[in-house]
Design a protein around this ligand. Structure first.
Ligand SMILES: Nc1ncnc2c1ncn2[C@@H]1O[C@H](COP(=O)(O)OP(=O)(O)OP(=O)(O)O)[C@@H](O)[C@H]1O
Ligand SMILES: Nc1ccn([C@@H]2O[C@H](COP(=O)(O)O)[C@@H](O)[C@H]2O)c(=O)n1
Length: 225
């Protein structure tokens, strides 16, 4: 069987990577891999250990018994650590606040990148949309389609606070920008690397953004599908 086509999508927090990638994957009959979920699930696991994600040694220690599984089915998304479903828990603000500490540990990044490539290879799908921060540059720099999905910071913050209706909007915006500032010290997902196509959704609605991504995918995979 031939290797699945990888569609690589990066972008800052709240740019629409997961929701847009999931819908695009559905439309293409592809798998969908949320790489941020692995960092989030490990952050959740570190917190379960009663440890602090700013302590790199504690993160590496917790990774030793991190039994992680994720679905690549865009219609049946789930994330598990051992027997525990953490699909919702990893979206909680306490995990979002802690996750950058995990993402800062180089050995963890190396381990999860090996996992991501294996999950794509074993997906059994004709293609997989893989989204995160360093997919276009580190995880799959040779992918036939590489996209940087962006939106203006205030638009991203507004979309995220519309989701988290019980949270204070200013606090949500501050947390989102703080996470981007921290993450962008580790990998550059704010500027497009050479060969990466920018899709800016600032003035697009959700359906238009999905269509814009699908247009880029079609033009990048013509002849290979
Ligand atoms: N073009 C768009 N127009 C309006 N809303 C959008 C658009 N794109 C995404 N959204 C909405 O914005 C919110 C954030 O999107 P999503 O969670 O997919 O972002 P993300 O980049 O995966 O964020 P994070 O990195 O923090 O996980 C969601 O509620 C999503 O439905
Ligand atoms: N390729 C990636 C993906 C994610 N991260 C880190 O995980 C956090 C959560 O990611 P979301 O996509 O769910 O927001 C993110 O803030 C990064 O710290 C990463 O480093 N590389």
């Amino acid at each position: 069987m031939t290797d699945p086509i990888t569609i690589a999508i990066d972008g800052p927090a709240g740019s629409g990577k997961s929701s847009v990638s999931k819908e695009a994957a559905r439309r293409l009959g592809f798998g969908y891999l949320d790489t941020g979920a692995a960092y989030r699930a490990l952050a959740w696991h570190v917190l379960q250990h009663g440890a602090d994600t700013s302590d790199a040694a504690a993160v590496v220690d917790a990774a030793g018994d991190f039994d992680y599984a994720i679905s690549l089915d865009p219609d049946e998304y789930w994330v598990r650590v051992g027997d525990t479903s953490v699909t919702e828990a990893i979206r909680e603000p306490r995990v979002s606040s802690a996750v950058s500490g995990v993402a800062r540990v180089p050995v963890i990044r190396e381990q999860v990148n090996v996992l991501f490539r294996r999950l794509v290879a074993d997906s059994g799908r004709p293609g997989v949309i893989v989204e995160g921060r360093d997919i276009t540059t580190v995880v799959a720099p040779d992918a036939p389609v590489r996209i940087l999905l962006t939106a203006a910071p205030e638009v991203r913050a507004a979309r995220r606070s519309a989701e988290l209706t019980t949270e204070d909007a200013a606090a949500v915006a501050a947390a989102l920008h703080k996470r981007d500032a921290s993450d962008s010290q580790v990998v550059d997902f704010l500027t497009a690397a050479p060969g990466v196509t920018v899709v800016d959704s600032t003035d697009l609605d959700f359906a238009q953004t999905v269509d814009a991504v699908l247009d880029v995918v079609r033009s990048g995979t013509e002849g290979s599908r």
